[in-house]
Design a protein around this ligand. Structure first.
Ligand SMILES: C[S@@+](CC[C@H](N)C(=O)[O-])C[C@H]1O[C@@H](n2cnc3c(N)ncnc32)[C@H](O)[C@@H]1O
Length: 322
């Protein structure tokens, strides 16, 4: 079994759950588009609070997550008419919704990144702690994986990706070590890569509680799965599909993700659409969105203690006002 929790603890603890629900304020009859259902933590809570008639359209690009989400819904005795599970990338959410016919969406949630369920299953090839094939891709049939990347990419490009997406100060050193290691032997396992990285990240630089390979793995995963590109396309699409008075919420875990969300939200909430060089507004524009989180919401100390993986989370939300 790929996904098994030995002590029955949840496979993934939903992040900022209460804060998210407070903003969505679910009511019976509401529809949530959960773009990243994972093991269904946020969706189940929404379904409980929007009983008896609330519905979820649940997307995930990882088909295994959809199976786990279905199990979760069944475990909570949610009527099967109240959810739809769809395998897909949320960057295509408009095309996906178009196939479902006209549905009024009250809230859209994007909870970026990786589910702990996938991270903790070594065989999924996502973890620097558990041995497995070196994959780092959400789609299990992906043709190009982390193994291909670390064994073929030019050192400079590798270093640039690790620095840019992982915000890793030791990127150059890490890229050099990867290239030296692959000359000896093809790198094929997650822990092999983790060891290569750990050897060249100086000990005093290890941030507290963070494994030295964390940022390198994050960078390679984000690159392979085009995660920033999905967000850049997906957030504006979410703003287009949500109904008036509906809300869009994004939980991000990396500063570049948060920057994209902030920019798209601020741009959407701008009333005036005159060119920036024009000294006086002539468009008389009215804002179509209202940012609900001028500053992003972060997990409390208590939540971080209970779930250290929530530590970098930032929640931003916006409401459509026309
Ligand atoms: C952090 S988890 C979501 C956890 C979920 N909110 C819960 O409480 O269980 C993120 C999920 O999004 C999926 N994912 C990542 N990028 C995606 C994309 N562009 N489109 C659809 N799903 C995506 C991942 O496979 C993963 O299952």
């Amino acid at each position: 079994l790929l996904f098994e929790s030995p002590d029955q603890s949840p496979l993934h603890v939903p992040v900022l759950l209460e804060e998210t629900m407070e903003i969505i304020a679910p009511k019976s009859g509401d529809v949530l588009l959960d773009c990243t259902v994972g093991t269904g933590g946020h969706s189940v809570e929404f379904l409980k609070r929007s009983a008896p008639d609330g519905k979820v359209i649940a997307l995930d690009r990882d088909d295994e997550m959809l199976r786990l989400a279905r199990e979760q819904f069944e475990r909570h005795n949610v009527d099967a008419t109240r959810y739809q599970l769809i395998c897909g990338n949320y960057e295509d959410l408009e095309a996906i919704l178009a196939r479902l016919g006209s549905i009024s969406i009250d809230a859209v949630l994007i909870d970026c990144g990786l589910s702990s369920a996938a991270l903790d299953a070594g065989e999924r090839g996502m973890s620097f702690l558990r041995d497995g094939p070196l994959l780092l891709v959400y789609e299990r049939d992906a043709q190009y994986t982390a193994e291909d990347l670390v064994n073929t990419m030019a050192e400079d490009e590798l270093s640039a990706i690790i620095r840019r997406l992982g915000e890793e100060r030791n990127a150059r050193r890490i890229a050099r070590a990867i290239v030296a290691a692959r000359r000896e032997k093809r790198i094929t396992r997650t822990v092999e890569l983790a060891q290569i990285v750990s050897k060249v990240v100086p000990r005093p630089m290890h941030p507290k509680r963070i494994h030295p390979a964390t940022k390198t793995f994050l960078a390679i995963r984000m690159f392979l799965n085009r995660e920033l590109e999905a967000l850049r396309a997906g957030v504006p699409a979410a703003l287009r599909v949500v109904k008036p008075n509906g809300k869009v919420l994004v939980i991000s875990y990396q500063s570049q993700e948060d920057r994209i969300v902030k920019q798209v939200f601020n741009e959407a909430a701008r009333a005036c659409v005159c060119p920036p060089e024009q000294p006086v507004c002539t468009c008389g524009g009215k804002p179509r969105f209202r940012v609900l989180t001028p500053k992003p919401i972060s997990p409390t100390r208590n939540e971080i203690e209970r779930n250290p993986r929530s530590r970098s989370a930032k929640l931003r939300a916006i409401e459509k006002i026309v």
